[in-house]
Design a protein around this ligand. Structure first.
Ligand code: 7TS
Length: 404
């Protein structure tokens, strides 16, 4: 099992106080805290390696390039992609999703073609498809869910038509915590000749994700949700699709040869990486992935599952508690409301107790509408959280409830 006290020492921020109280950080679905190793890797690189990558013949440039490309190999292994050509560095999940919407849209979608998105998607997996609808006249269809927050698989199967080209689905909902059956959904989509994009923003940090096992065509995730830095993320894409897709942005790095008459593009993955990449971020992301490997992904998943189960049990005992999302397979995210207390009031008062939770629509307004509310409170866990912190949350909620 995890030695949590030792692990917490790796995260300096966890020992700070807010309002003179120990910080209880339960907003990990928004972003995770960073271990010392990640922050130090960034400082070290800026202090002793910093140089632009892929361009220089000089020593530092080659060293920086090596770190950046080793990071790509690290990510490839982490999600079990077939080759490094399939790993594109982006700013994060949002940019990865926009890249696919633009570039897959250009290459493969025509007016009347259909894209399926689930009702529980984050706005970043909805809005780019609506923008594509504006440009190209594609049709968006919504995959519904049950009241427990599970994908309605029977309806999903019936949404397919000969015009269905792509299915976009979150692996884990950032609101409900539902772990969607992406492998089964992918197999179904493929029998209809449709491709599948899995938004792994909330799954890759918490469980083993194997793109070959899922057999998805695209996978996205963000570095900052897996103990890495902000501003770096990943798009995995199946090589034969990426080959056929046009670049998303033009500029340096992504070209083979430029003349005013005609420009040819670099090979994968560079075709999709215009401009100076965040090479310090990519290296630090690799350090974060090493940190996760070092602790053990299965051990982390078991710890977070225990916390989630415990929190669900304890929170359910609070009078007036309504928890959204009671799927059989649920990850470390619990969204809730308590009686008539506005989640903003709840979040503000918990903050005064040192407890950081998220409140609002969680960038999933269509899901809020499906649940019949405007907003929710949300607690989300990471590897360094403890049962004692769950107890503090429960006690805090109960205290606020009694004030109302
Ligand atoms: N997809 C999912 C499922 C997410 O949870 C998020 C961020 C994104 C995409 C976008 O990721 P980004 O790194 O590009 O911003 N989710 C949240 C959240 O739940 N609270 O803050 C950000």
């Amino acid at each position: 099992m995890l030695n949590i006290e030792e692990i917490r020492k790796d995260f300096p921020i966890l020992s700070r106080t807010v309002y003179n109280r120990p910080l209880v950080y339960l907003d990990n679905a928004a972003t995770t805290q960073k271990p010392r190793a990640v922050v130090e890797a960034m400082t070290d690189e800026y202090y002793s390696v910093n140089a632009n990558v892929h361009r220089g013949v000089h020593y530092l440039s080659q060293q920086a390039t090596e770190l950046h490309e080793q990071a790509r190999a690290n990510v490839q292994e982490f999600i079990n992609a077939r080759s490094e050509a399939e790993i594109i560095f982006t700013r994060g999940t949002t940019e990865s999703l926009n890249l696919v919407a633009f570039s897959f849209g250009e290459a493969f979608l025509k007016e009347g073609d259909e894209v399926l998105v689930s009702v529980m998607e984050h706005h970043s997996n909805i809005v780019p498809w609506q923008m594509l609808r504006e440009r190209k006249g594609i049709v968006l269809k919504v995959i519904p869910m049950t009241d427990e927050g599970e994908i309605d698989l029977e309806t999903y199967k019936n949404l397919f038509s000969p015009r269905t080209r792509l299915v976009c689905i979150a692996h884990v909902s950032n609101v409900l915590g539902t772990v969607n059956p992406v492998k089964e959904m992918t197999a179904i989509a493929h029998t209809h000749g449709a491709k599948v994009l899995v938004d792994g923003a909330q799954s890759v940090p918490h469980r083993r994700v194997d793109v070959q096992d899922i057999d998805c065509d695209f996978l996205t995730f963000s570095g900052h949700k897996i103990y890495g830095p902000t501003g770096i993320g990943v798009l995995y894409g199946r090589e034969e699709l990426l080959e056929k897709m046009p670049p998303y942005q033009g500029g340096g790095e992504m070209i083979a040869r430029v003349s005013f008459e005609k420009t040819t593009y670099e090979r994968l993955p560079f075709k999709f990486e215009a401009g100076t990449p965040d090479f310090v971020g990519s290296h630090a992301l690799a350090v974060a992935l090493d940190y996760v490997r070092g602790i053990g992904q299965d051990i982390i998943a078991a710890h977070e599952a225990d916390l989630t189960r415990y929190a669900m049990e304890q929170m359910s005992l609070i009078p007036g508690m309504k928890i959204y999302g009671t799927a059989r397979e649920k990850d470390a995210v619990i969204s809730f409301n308590v009686g008539d207390i506005h989640p903003l009031d709840l979040g503000t008062l918990l903050d005064r107790l040192g407890i950081a939770i998220r409140t609002g629509h969680h960038c999933a307004q269509p899901l809020m509408a499906r649940c019949g509310v405007e907003s929710m409170a949300r607690a989300s866990f990471a590897l360094y959280n403890t049962r004692a912190e769950v107890d503090a949350l429960v006690a805090g909620i109960d205290r606020v409830r009694k004030m109302f």
